[in-house]
Design a protein around this ligand. Structure first.
Ligand SMILES: [Zn+2]
Length: 152
């Protein structure tokens, strides 16, 4: 595990399976798979610089077994490719954090999880490019969101 940018170390993105006692195959025991996308982390560093406070990675890499064990996780989740992160910042709502992401216009997958305190970001089309947005309230997903401006 190594330092990826000034404020992000690879270990912060490790699969959280071991925290649930899942350390045997088919689980990966806290690995980062084939590695974390540098483009993703470069974007996170820009958000970190703008916010001026630590960004907590609540979910980075997920091995397929761990992803499958999570209720509500997408079967083709970008987390399994090391190209996605769920992030939060102490003292900020998910809406406030997403507003920073929108202002910086970073990440091509942006998911807002109101009331859960985190946002999902990924680099499915790179750091800049065609953006896919969604809002997911518990039991109430909204697909096809084209802007978060009315929500933040
Ligand atoms: Zn794992």
């Amino acid at each position: 595990m190594r330092q990826l940018t000034p404020n992000f170390h690879e270990r912060e993105f490790a699969c959280k399976d071991a925290l649930r006692g899942k350390t045997s195959p088919p689980f990966c025991n806290g690995s980062v798979g084939k590695g974390i996308s540098q483009e993703l982390v470069n974007g996170l560093q820009q958000v970190r610089d703008k916010v001026g406070k630590p960004i907590l990675v609540t979910s980075g890499y997920r091995c397929p077994a761990y992803n499958a064990s999570l209720s509500g996780a997408a079967s083709q989740s970008k987390h399994m490719k090391g190209t996605a992160a769920d992030i939060r910042v102490d003292g900020m709502t998910s809406e406030q954090l997403m507003k920073v992401v929108e202002e910086l216009n970073l990440f091509t997958g942006r998911g807002l999880y109101p009331g859960q305190g985190f946002v999902h970001v990924d680099v499915r089309n790179g750091l800049h490019g065609s953006v896919t947005r969604w809002v997911k309230r518990i039991n109430k997903p909204y697909q096809g969101v084209t802007s978060f401006k009315g929500l933040v």
